[in-house]
Design a protein around this ligand. Structure first.
Ligand code: UT7
Length: 332
């Protein structure tokens, strides 16, 4: 039997504290004008370091809203896929921590996904495969990031770009009999670009030492221009791949929901594709780049403000460190 897959509910959590570009002007040599013109960012949300807003906490709050929207209970979740480059701890995985916080007692599978900014799309596509083959009924897919912990707040090349936040979706077998379905998907990676965006210190190869801390070499580092070039090309390519696979045309797409890394990347991708800019969802001005959380946050906002309606065709498109990439074409 052909099982259709439906996005049953979504939720987000964005930290209480807002940091504007003007706040950054006090911290590094930059300006609101430079940041907004080059990136489209005006502000970002930053997690508390006192507790209550760890990646698992943000996911907990966002999931409660998603469960409500889906009309489901925590124990209806058969699998948790937690995409993050900033997990609560090294061990156990954050998916297990979240399972316990949600009071899930059905012993469902719980896995973290390390695919950087493409993590949510990776999770959604992997869940879709398992649902379509009948192995699970409902999956909780999460992108939750506390990047503020990993950026060097003295490095203007990176610190202006990122923010914290979380977006989740509950995706499951479509039992309503309506047309909602995941129509096609694409996942990929190209390790040749692994140095474009990395954080080599802090893993098994190079544990953090006093020297790293003194020299501030343990933070995330990025070659912005290289990332920019590959990002636009890859995002446009992804869109064509999923449209081809579903035998759909771009004109039928109601909403393109791209990863929010830079408004100029999004605009260039849109131009390469030839999509109407009105159909592209952009919220980078409010949240900056929240890595795996950008796509589900943007999708949720457009669902709750009424732009995205049931039956519409959505194209989710992501790209990130690795270099990883992924896209999903779905009937919402
Ligand atoms: O999630 C996926 C990963 N992220 C991305 O894919 C991000 C991709 N890259 C980008 O978004 C852009 O490359 C950046 C926003 C990072 C940089 O923008 P750019 O237009 O490529 O600027 P640039 O790196 O070429 O820098 C231009 C100038 C430089 O000065 P000089 O060399 O021309 O004198 C920089 O030093 O701007 C300077 N600059 C800044 N000035 C003020 C760099 N960062 C800043 C800053 N404020 N924050």
């Amino acid at each position: 039997m052909d099982i259709k897959v439906k996005i049953k509910g979504t939720g987000i959590y964005t930290p209480q504290r807002v940091m504007t570009n003007f706040d950054l002007e006090e911290m590094v040599e930059t300006s609101d004008e430079w940041i907004y013109e080059r990136t489209g960012i005006k502000q970002r949300h930053i997690c508390s370091t006192e507790g209550g807003e760890w990646p698992s906490d943000m996911a907990y709050h966002a999931t409660l809203d998603a469960l409500k929207a889906a009309n489901l209970e925590p124990n209806d979740i058969d699998m948790i896929l937690f995409a993050s480059v900033t997990p609560d701890h090294k061990l156990p995985n954050t998916a297990c921590i979240l399972q316990q916080k949600l009071g899930i007692t059905n012993k469902c599978a719980a896995l973290d996904i390390a695919a950087a900014c493409s993590g949510f799309v990776y999770g959604l596509n992997m869940a879709t495969g398992l649902i379509k083959m009948g192995a699970i009924k409902n999956a909780l897919v999460i992108g939750s990031e506390m990047l503020s912990r990993e950026v060097n707040w003295k490095d203007r090349n990176t610190c202006i770009l990122f923010g914290d936040g979380c977006g989740v979706a509950i995706v499951g077998a479509n039992e309503d009999g309506d047309e909602s379905d995941i129509l096609s998907l694409h996942l990929g990676a190209d390790g040749k670009g692994k140095e474009f965006f990395d954080q080599p210190v802090g893993g098994a190869v190079e544990p953090i030492t006093e020297q790293h801390i003194q020299e501030e070499t343990h933070y995330m580092q990025m070659k912005g221009r290289e990332m920019f070039k590959v990002a636009t090309r890859t995002l446009a390519e992804n869109a064509r791949i999923v449209l081809d696979r579903a035998n759909e045309s771009l004109e039928n797409v109601d909403w393109l929901i791209p990863h929010q890394a830079n408004v100029r990347i999004i605009e260039t991708t849109g131009k390469l594709l030839g999509i109407d800019p009105e159909k592209v969802i952009i919220n980078i001005d409010k949240y900056a780049n929240t890595s795996a959380a950008t796509v589900p946050i943007a999708m949720h906002e457009a669902i709750t403000d009424g732009r995205i309606k049931r039956g519409q065709l959505l194209l989710l498109d992501a790209f990130g460190a690795g270099l990883t990439t992924g896209a999903t074409l779905l009937r919402y």
